[in-house]
Ligand binder design. Structure first.
Ligand SMILES: [Fe+2]
Length: 396
């Protein structure tokens, strides 16, 4: 049977014109047993459409690992490294991850207590909640009415030492059904978005770039961001903004000399824009929580200086300023009409281009609402590629 594709079902909140290329449901193939030819087709589809959905998928952890690895055959270890060392104990990611013993690259994530699962006698899972991460939280009364927030907009990446995974695979095994919730932005805009319970929300990094006015496109195409060493440990004492899009600047980050041992050579500096290997499009890919500095190249010869930001280049080290600039560039793309909130069903498999989208956990479960997902991504064999000379010429 040939591979068939259909658009993803968009909620009424989404602006269909902004999702023409984004997301496809794939039918007619079994994702766990793809032939090499079928895989090639899926790989092209993923880079073109950023997220692929397979419904009613049968997928063992071994098959999920093999499928994820096929996108980057020389990648080997889980995208955040292993959790065996004390080094990651203080990381904010630590409590969210449980490893499948047989296939340690696949993580069990979810909510509630799962028994006798793939070699795990008992796993206590906790769906991350904004209440432990944001500076402010939704009141208990509002939470009881189903009001929630985006937890944290992010790319799946260690952002230190390891390279950002190319693809993440998420497989829904136990999916509790429940009332829809209202995701409130609480940033003074009045923005809110109706979401299915426990949705994973996606936005396109390509749209994030394309929305920008000319002067910010010019800044983005010329800039690289530096991430803090061990960023998830560094940010652990700090609090996020109410949109989940980055950290409030309160001076709470851990001092660099309090962090676990780190080396300058492993600190990551990435372009703001990552070039899509199939379409050549530029995706605005910044993990806003981990950023600490910004390097801006000067305008290229011949570019118009009028209205340009940092025409002679800059190295910005003021954390508040760097975060404000990122927020100004990223916030427009998480507007309600630009978010795809996936409505999970059991046996849904979602593959997403981790170097082309940002995503967020959303919502809150009660302890007795059991949810079990398998997640896999692999630290990549290379770093993302930034804009080329043509791109700089076009946008600077
Ligand atoms: Fe993630």
């Amino acid at each position: 049977m040939a591979i068939e594709v259909a658009p993803l079902p968009l909620p009424p909140s989404a602006d269909p014109s902004k999702f023409a290329d984004f997301g496809r449901e794939v039918k007619g193939v079994s994702p766990g047993t793809l032939t090499p030819e079928q895989f090639k087709e899926i790989e092209q589809l993923l880079y073109k459409h950023s997220a692929l959905l397979f419904r009613n998928a049968e997928l063992t952890p071994e098959q999920q690992y093999a499928l994820t690895k096929a996108f980057d055959p020389s990648s080997e270890s889980y995208g955040h490294g292993n959790n065996k060392t004390g080094e990651t104990k203080k990381s904010i990611l630590h409590p969210d991850l449980k490893t499948i013993p047989r296939v340690p690259q696949v993580q069990l994530i979810g909510n509630g207590t799962v028994y006798d699962h793939e070699g795990l006698a008992e796993a206590k899972l906790k769906h991350p909640s904004h209440t432990t991460f944001h500076k402010t939280k939704v009141s208990e009364e509002d939470e009881a009415k189903g009001v929630t927030r985006f937890y944290r907009w992010h790319i799946d990446a260690a952002l230190y030492d390891l390279s950002p995974p190319k693809v993440t695979t998420l497989y829904g095994i136990t999916v509790p059904r429940g009332q829809k919730q209202v995701c409130r932005y609480d940033d003074g805009t009045g923005d809110e978005l109706e979401v299915p319970l426990g949705t994973t929300a996606f936005v396109s990094g390509r749209t994030m770039f394309e929305l920008l006015p000319r002067e910010l496109k010019s800044l983005a195409v010329r800039s690289r961001v530096k991430y803090a060493p061990h960023p998830y440990v560094w940010m652990a004492p700090a609090h996020a903004k109410p949109t989940g899009l980055g950290i409030e600047t309160e001076g709470l980050e851990m001092a660099l000399d309090e962090l676990p041992p780190w080396e300058q050579a492993k600190v990551k500096v990435f372009p703001l824009l990552w070039k899509n290997p199939v379409t050549g499009g530029l995706h605005f890919q910044v993990h806003p929580c981990g950023v600490c500095e910004l390097f801006v190249d000067p305008l290229p010869a011949g570019a118009a200086r009028e209205g340009a930001l940092y025409p002679d280049g800059a190295h910005l080290t003021d954390l508040g300023l760097v975060r404000d600039l990122m927020y100004r560039m990223q916030r427009p793309a998480i507007a309600p009409s630009l978010v795809y909130p996936h409505d999970w069903h059991e046996k849904d498999l979602v593959l997403f281009h981790n170097r082309g989208v940002l995503h967020s956990v959303v919502g809150a479960f009660k302890p007795d609402q059991v949810r079990a997902f398998h997640q896999c991504n692999l630290a990549a064999s290379d770093d993302p590629v930034g804009p080329d000379a043509e791109d700089v010429k076009k946008y600077a």
